[in-house]
Write a protein that binds this ligand. Sequence first.
Ligand code: ARG
Length: 472
Amino acid sequence: MKKTSPVSRSGRFAAGPSAEVAAFSQSISFDWRLWEQDILGSIAHATMLQKAGLLTKDELQEITSALETIGQEIADGKFQWKPDLEDVHMNIEAELTRRTPAGAKLHTGRSRNDQVALDMRLWLRDQIVDLSREIRALQSALVEFAAANAEVIIPGYTHLQRAQPVYFAHHLLAYVEMLERDHERLGDCFLRVNVCPLGSGAIAGTTLLLDRESVAVQLAFVDAAGRPQLTQNSMDAVSDRDFAVEFCAGAALLAVHLSRLAEDMILWASSEFNFVKIADAYTTGSSLMPQKKNPDVAELTRGKAGRVIGNLMALLTLLKGLPMTYNRDLQEDKERLFDSVDTVRATTRVMGAMLRHTSVNAEACRAASADPALLATDLADYLVRRGVPFRDAHHIVGAAVALGEKQRKPLNQLSVEDLKSIDNHFSGDVVEIFDLQKAMERRNLPGAPGTAEVRKQIARWQKTLEEQDVKV
Ligand code: ARG
């Protein structure tokens, strides 16, 4: 019998691919990153094959120890990846078989189609755990930044126009909420990543009596109650990349949130706002203009959202026209997935570090939030408390603002007589409306930027993150 190599072309093919085709179709240059998962998956598969009577104990022992040695060599950077062996699966299997003839039995009841789906799921599971931790660390950087500046008030903006006063902490905690949803989405995505496809073979399973459940349990594809999670349709299992799309969608939304945070930091660090100062280490100078200090970390964060969104679009487009089941097009999934993982992780991390090296210019915030126009709505609420319908109150305060503009006076400098001339519901106590601190004390509905409520929210987040034991 002709000795076969693990390369799937052997036997059927008289000649190998041309050099050009080999270079075009190889994936080892990027899928080598799946080596650890590939080895883990193979050991679990071999362990099951032995229990099923398809490998002897000695064969299993030889396969396992050779795979472990190969893993060690890869970890030490001593392993020679061969592009002509196409991908990570064939590189490892070929080396295994070179070391032990039992290696040729490893692929029993298995295809690279279910193998690659398995490796990606195993890999992504770990990445989700890591990224979730990074999100928690960024949340804690935001909460610490908020707590350290708990007294600072800034204008809140709509349409980038001054709207109403908010605590700086309230603004930061808005991002903590967004990140919480990102964290939840990742956890939800994990549930569908955490399903074992092995045993699906190339498309139609196998005639051999494999024990799919034991493989799933060995690889921790289990639910909270410890029940094995198996894909339920072999055709779906080898062609499904929903789990990668879901991750990339969650990553894209996370990247969008980070980009918005970055944009706020960029605005706040400008001379026009001057609310914050980002430490030198997180900014760069200009090669031409000596005075410049540019918020490049934040700008790159904003820019990188583009590629993460692009990765999601690339994956969806990759899948939309594929007939069932596995098609080689699917090999294009990995770089997009890897890039989204790498990009959002690095971005989440560096934004947390930048926040930890950013200080607040309390004086500039105080000056901006002293703008009495921010309390125009409070003035309308004052009239509402005196029985004026809100629509009318809105109109009356609008007239007061117009009068102030005419007299070139800020809203709080109009005399009580002036106000009374507009509407007789105004009286002497109206001056209190312009006491910013009191105004902040009045906004205390759940979720509002009031003094007590913001303190409560800071404390709630501190406790939540402490319980999660966030290590930075
Ligand atoms: N490198 C391939 C991929 O990433 C592995 C699966 C190959 N399967 C096949 N039938 N050629 O998709």
